[in-house]
Design a binder for this molecule. Structure first.
Ligand SMILES: CC(C)(COP(=O)(O)OP(=O)(O)OC[C@H]1O[C@@H](n2cnc3c(N)ncnc32)[C@H](O)[C@@H]1OP(=O)(O)O)[C@@H](O)C(=O)NCCC(=O)NCCS
Length: 319
């Protein structure tokens, strides 16, 4: 049996930090409101010169270094993003060129804030079939570009960043199981309902959200997918060392851990200083905890995505 295993993690945050106080100077909001409702204190925002592929490049360099590999060792690149550099080619192809390699498979995957988990499950399947041996799985976003900075209900929630893992094929798990789901009928509660046609924007280029409905749905599906993936992996929830739900809102994260009966100490929280970085949030959080020495080799980690689509999913991995 072939399994895939995470052998290196990396992440990158653009240097510019925007605090709640900075936003309160421009919007009718306050640090106290944002912290109380979301747990967010600050977010990183990319310069105009930085695209998703630039953020992804730095995250991948760090993940490759941690794995003791070079880009030439990689035979598959999947980038999860909803904020690609171009309509085409894919951000994965642009990233491949920036990594200075050619020939390996490279494609983008779009599942919004579930993107990284979808990409991990996809790479794992391709590797289990023996098709690929070493993959870069990346989440990279510049959500700051699709926010209406005059809309306090959404502008305060998101940030930019990238996270990456190197997956290697081997005879031990690794990724035990993944579950993926979607409900396209929920398109109206979270979307950027726009497109480009004949050189003009048709619809809206900005993120729109019904916060309360997203909140309720997120807590429900995070609970369900955690139980489903644990059962599929044959691992008891109480044996999970770390829970990394998509970093949307600290209240969503805490509600999920509580419903699952997992103690707060096993819940990974980075949303306070990264905000919601969509597809980048899970690998960013994973890398931060790995580098801090909290997540160690042998630990069982549950990774969970939830977001626009609506999409959701989970993977259970041994590091
Ligand atoms: C967005 C969210 C923080 C809003 O919190 P909430 O408790 O549901 O708040 P409401 O939307 O009911 O708004 C309450 C009030 O705060 C106001 N408000 C909204 N954003 C505000 C802000 N940034 N600052 C101050 N007040 C704000 C609203 O206008 C509303 O005022 P009103 O009562 O006078 O109408 C919360 O619903 C949430 O986190 N939802 C999930 C969002 C998410 O994670 N999305 C991504 C998923 S991938």
């Amino acid at each position: 049996m072939i399994y895939s295993r995470i052998v290196g993690t990396g992440s990158y945050l653009p240097p510019r930090i925007v605090t709640n106080g900075d936003l309160a100077g421009k919007l009718e909001t306050s640090d106290a409101w944002i912290q109380e409702r979301t747990g967010i204190r600050q977010r990183h925002i990319a310069d105009e010169s930085q695209a998703s592929s630039d953020l992804a490049l730095e995250a991948c360099r760090r993940a490759l270094e941690a794995a003791g590999l070079t880009a030439a060792d990689i035979d598959l690149i999947i980038v999860a993003t909803s904020t690609p550099d171009y309509i085409f080619p894919s951000t994965a192809c642009l990233l491949q060129a920036k990594l200075g390699v050619k020939g390996c498979a490279a494609f983008d995957l779009q599942a919004v804030c579930s993107g990284f988990v979808y990409a991990l499950a996809t790479a794992d399947s391709l590797m289990k079939n023996g098709i690929y041996k070493r993959a870069l799985v990346v989440g990279a976003e510049v959500f700051s570009r699709i926010l209406d900075w005059n809309d306090r209900a959404t502008a305060v929630l998101f940030g930019d960043g990238a996270g990456a893992v190197v997956l290697a094929a081997g005879d031990k798990p690794g990724v035990h199981a993944s579950v993926l789901h979607a409900d396209g009928s929920q398109v109206g509660i979270l979307s950027v309902p726009g497109n480009v046609c004949g050189g003009k924007i048709v619809g809206s280029p900005f993120l729109q959200m019904h916060g309360k409905e997203v909140f309720k749905l997120a807590v429900r599906v995070l609970d369900e997918s955690a139980r489903e993936v644990a059962a599929a992996a044959g691992i008891r929830l109480e044996d999970v060392d770390w829970l990394i739900p998509h970093q949307a809102n600290v209240r969503i994260l805490e509600a999920t851990a509580k419903r699952l009966g997992l103690p707060r100490e096993r819940l990974v929280v980075t949303v306070d200083h990264h905000a919601n970085t969509s597809a980048a949030s899970v690998p960013l959080a994973l890398d931060e905890y790995v580098r801090a020495g909290k997540i160690k080799p042998g630990h069982k980690v549950m990774l969970q995505g939830v977001g626009g689509g609506f999409t959701w999913g989970a993977s259970l991995v041994t590091m």
